[in-house]
Ligand binder design. Structure first.
Ligand code: FES
Length: 273
């Protein structure tokens, strides 16, 4: 059992939990994830390791209330325990040997972008961060990003925090101004990542995205997290979650995620009646 030692609401639908999981805390690297099950009857939820404390044996996860399973998880409080907590899984992000990187985080994707920005910063990379939210109330991890970036920009759809506009507006402005990045790392909604990749392709800037499809076993066996990369089938759980964004078939990934959203809506409806 994995004890919850801290729980904090970051915005109305996003929560941070710190969990005792010493074996995972010892090995976790930026970009890796865990799969948890909160109860006997709960589904498996893949979540990125948002932070870790190797000495204290703690792992931080950040989740958004998107469906039945995350609601069950959210019912747990400090002192309660999570039934299964397996990891670290996936290939760690590539964070070595880069001089200048722009990390783009959208919405709750910022929880995944943060450990990558931190690892780059710790490795001496000049880090530019662009975060994007629908509005001020949904902003998360501002202080954390400020602590691990050299330049930071925040965008919001309605202008209530940072500048009004999309993350791609700011990225284009920087690229047009002659900023040179070894790589752009984009993590957020599929549509956001798709448009970041379309933009960076025009400027010929290598772009990595973190794919977060539905996962079940996390071992490459169930095929649930498959996606097309450079016309080949890949599994996000074992081949990723990071991929070359210019090679990902985003339209297919978006269509698959919509199918699942319909299924989730029906499951929620069933639970509420
Ligand atoms: Fe089953 Fe990736 S989660 S193959």
């Amino acid at each position: 059992m994995y004890k919850i030692v801290e729980k904090e609401r970051l915005n109305p639908t996003v929560t941070k939990m710190v969990v005792e999981a010493p074996a995972i805390a010892k090995k976790a690297k930026a970009g890796q994830f865990i799969i948890l099950r909160s109860h006997e009857m709960g589904e498996r939820i893949p979540l990125t390791v948002a932070d870790y404390d190797r000495e204290k044996g703690l792992v931080t996860i950040i989740y958004q209330l998107v469906g039945r399973s995350t609601m069950l998880l959210d019912n747990l409080e400090v002192g309660d325990a999570i039934l299964d907590f397996v990891g670290p899984l996936g290939v760690p992000s590539h964070v070595e040997g880069m001089k200048r990187v722009c990390v783009v985080g959208g919405g709750v994707g910022c929880a995944i972008a943060y450990p990558t920005a931190k690892a780059l910063y710790d490795n001496g990379t000049e880090v530019t961060v662009i975060t994007g939210f629908r509005n001020k109330d949904l902003e998360i991890l501002r202080d954390e990003f400020e602590a691990v970036s050299h330049h930071m920009y925040t965008m919001s759809d309605d202008g209530t925090v940072g500048e009004k506009g999309l993350v791609t507006n700011k990225l284009q402005e920087l690229l047009d101004a002659g900023e040179v990045f070894d790589e752009v790392i984009a993590i957020g909604p599929l549509v956001m990542m798709k448009f970041v990749c379309q933009l960076t392709k025009q400027y010929d800037v290598k772009t990595t995205v973190s794919m977060n499809p539905i996962m079940i076993d996390g071992t490459g066996m169930c095929g649930c997290c498959r996606l097309s990369v450079n016309n080949e089938m890949k599994f996000a759980c074992v081949d990723g979650p990071d991929f070359d964004g210019h090679q990902v078939d985003f339209d297919e990934a978006i269509a698959r995620s919509r199918q699942y959203a319909d299924f989730e809506a029906k499951a929620r409806e069933k639970d509420c009646h």
